[in-house]
Design a protein around this ligand. Sequence first.
Ligand code: COA
Length: 250
Amino acid sequence: MIPGLKRSFEGHVLTLTFDRPQKKNALTGAMYEALTEALRHADMDDQVRAIVLHGNGGTFTAGNDINDFIATSGDFTDFPALHFIKQLAICDTPIVAAVDGAAIGIGTTLLLHCDLVYASPAALFVMPFIDLALVPEAAASLLVPMRFGLAKASELLLLADPINADEAHRIGLVNAVVPSVDVLKIATAQAHRLAAKPVHAMKTTRRLLRGDCKVIVERIYHEAELFRDALRSDEARDAFTQFLSRNKAG
Ligand code: COA
């Protein structure tokens, strides 16, 4: 049993649930490692034909645990988050996300690697890297302008403007906005539809749709080096301390 991650499996669909609601499902190193292993095994297991990602307690995920940013050793090749992102980018099994509540940082960037995304009206998407004195990750610097255009990418990654579910639907980050009570049910139903399709053709079609995986992984590593350098900066450290102390302040 991995703290912070739940797994369930039914009818060829693996459901991975971020389950740390008291910390808004912020992702720890242990959670990333468990997610990476789950994705790796899913690709090796013929019985797993689709994956659903979602978060418990009305938040998708508040992104990387800020405490881990502070504690990091600085060797980016050791970042559990990097292994997760890479595994997600090379994953052959189709992935459907059910987003209820906040999807922050990697909570939004991981969606760029999902095939279908369903969001509740309470969903909120933001990539606040710049405000933390950080840089984009998960190949967002490549995929966000490619998918939404440079003007929108500048709003999302330079201004770090949050977008709500309707805007995310309008720009094509999410497939549909559905009631909160239905979001997991609908995502799961779509995962079952994907799981019922011919497996080999599904994997091949996904690869064709996603483009050159090598280019995406190269960008992930390039961003990670820059991210590592940014993490060490005084302005980033100040931003982390400010976030963690804000509730205590008053
Ligand atoms: N890392 C570590 N702890 C986090 C966290 C994160 N990414 N996100 C939330 N938490 C913790 C808070 O510190 C708080 O802990 P506490 O109860 O011990 O004080 C708890 O989770 C609840 O969060 P809180 O901020 O009080 O809830 P909220 O409802 O007011 O706001 C969010 C929810 C998700 C909007 C807000 O927590 C947030 O913006 N988090 C994102 C942090 C971030 O910038 N992540 C991106 C990293 S690239």
